[in-house]
Design a protein around this ligand. Structure first.
Ligand code: PLP
Length: 478
């Protein structure tokens, strides 16, 4: 493709994207296709001769959109949001054009340096302590990981390396094989499944600790569990505190957990994948009280801060435990400036990395902190609107406290009736929700996901849920 065609293609695509997004609420939120729907829609083999770009454009609705779940529709209330904005889309175009692989500083200095500065901007926006920021002049700083799951694993590997080093200093006669089976990490039993997975991938034991009745992991319970494990000869080395659990958006008691970790010198990682974006609004920072006691902190601007996937921001106070522990330094990756700027390949699992800081830069500049705060506050207000509508109907109950843009609710009654309610809601196809279960109680989660969501959309979703409840309850009376 030559530049002329590229310009026409990109213009047509820009037009298509804007139309798609601005009219997204008119589409059926989850497609009604069956597995295998796509193969018959495309040829058996790749074309031998080049096609014209207009032919590709013509196939987008038929082949792709017919099987797309529209995550940015105001009718989409499943999981947690994933972000989307025009500035981030345009930044991804530029990133695609530069197409550098920023594994070392010299591999593309702007790629590394913009990331360092953006993570400082972002850290200040959240009110993170200076001890996490590169501008403090020490080794601390931020990095963009692909996902929160990677951040949890990277922090675990750092904690493991640090503990191995420290234990060996005390017991020079011990080898890795004597220590690793004794290592144990901890998280709330409500923590995301990626925490347990990080334990499996990192080859260490990860214990799930029961939270209190508000689903918060508390310091006392953690301390008791740790002390019991120490008595049994284990070596506690890693704690993950969750700020905004996936099931019900509960917040672990970070300050209490931080005290335990500092007292016992255990690496504390904070997973605020979804809720972390809310800390750009000062009124929500009480939920991250104690953050200065953490060793690493992570949240996903790609969830709730209008930066398209993938952009998971992670800060480390002592990146040396990751940088040094996994340092393989082949000649072809060496450069003269080594040590004077981060070589981000050492801060992550893969070698290659895209120029992701661009989309952060574009979004922060083109929205400004003020509009990003408005976005967060609006989503939370919409969640409270839904909470109000739902609690005014005495057949329903709100299952957990609403603090962010997530409402957990259920019909009063048994799990079966709620399972039926959800089947009915998703079966009708107008809106989309997913359930969760805590202590064997099944409930529905309504997350405010779309940046296009307005109060009228929440009323539409509530009406749909109310009608589905009418149907389900009528069937039960028969
Ligand atoms: N941690 C929490 C609390 C989450 O809610 C999620 C996803 O929703 C994750 C981690 C995983 O995020 P990612 O897909 O970025 O790995």
């Amino acid at each position: 493709m030559e530049a002329g065609d590229f310009k026409d293609f990109a213009k047509a695509m820009t037009e298509y994207i804007a139309e798609y997004l601005e009219n997204i609420r008119d589409r059926q939120v989850v497609p009604s296709v069956k597995p295998g729907y796509l193969r018959p829609l495309v040829p058996e083999q790749a074309p031998q001769q080049a096609e014209h770009w207009t032919a590709v454009m013509q196939d987008i609705e038929r082949v792709v959109m017919s099987g797309v779940t529209h995550w940015h529709s105001p009718r989409f209330h499943a999981y947690f949001p994933t972000a989307n904005s025009y500035p981030a889309i345009v930044a991804d175009m530029l990133s695609g054009a530069i197409a550098c692989i920023g594994f070392t500083w010299i591999a593309s200095p702007a790629c590394t340096e913009l990331e360092v500065v953006m993570l400082d901007w972002l850290g200040q926006m959240l009110g993170l302590p200076e001890s996490f920021l590169a501008r403090s002049g020490g080794e601390a700083g931020g990095v963009i990981q692909g996902t929160a799951s990677e951040a949890t694993l990277v922090a675990l590997l750092g904690a493991k390396a640090k503990t191995l080093f420290e234990v060996k200093a005390k017991h020079p006669e011990w080898a890795d094989k004597d220590i690793i089976p004794k290592l144990v990490g901890y998280c709330n039993s409500q923590a995301h499944s990626s925490v347990e997975r990080a334990g499996l991938l990192g080859g260490v034991l990860l214990r799930k600790v029961n939270p209190d009745s508000s689903r918060r992991l508390r310091g006392d319970t953690l301390r008791e569990t740790i002390e019991e494990d120490v008595k049994n000869g284990l070596i506690p080395f890693y704690v993950v505190a969750t700020l905004g659990t996936t099931s019900s958006c509960a917040f672990d008691a970070l300050e209490e957990i931080g005290d335990v970790c500092r007292e016992k010198d255990i690496w504390l990682h904070v997973d605020a994948a979804y809720a972390g974006s809310a800390f750009i609004c000062p009124e929500y920072r009480y939920l991250m009280k104690g953050i200065e006691k953490a060793d690493s902190f992570n949240f996903n601007p790609h969830k709730w801060m209008l930066v398209n996937f993938d952009c998971s921001a992670m800060w480390l106070k002592q990146p040396r435990w990751i940088v040094d522990a996994f340092n393989v330094d082949p000649l072809y990756l060496k450069h003269d400036q080594q040590g004077s700027a981060p070589d981000y390949r050492h801060w992550q699992i893969p070698l290659g990395r895209r120029f992701r800081a661009l989309k952060l830069w574009f979004v922060l500049r083109l929205y400004g902190v003020e509009n990003l705060q408005k976005h967060i506050r609006k989503h939370i207000a919409l969640a409270h609107l839904y909470e109000k509508l739902c609690s005014a109907d005495e057949r329903f109950e709100i299952y957990e406290e609403v603090t962010m843009g997530l409402v957990c609710f259920r019909l009063k009654g048994n799990n079966e009736i709620n399972e039926e309610l959800l089947r009915n809601i998703n079966g009708r196809g107008k809106i989309h929700l997913v359930p969760s279960k805590i202590d064997d109680v099944y409930f529905l989660r309504l997350a405010i996901c779309s940046r296009f969501s307005e109060e009228s959309d929440i009323h539409i979703s509530w009406e749909e849920i109310r009608e589905c409840a009418d149907e389900v309850l009528k069937n039960h009376k028969k």
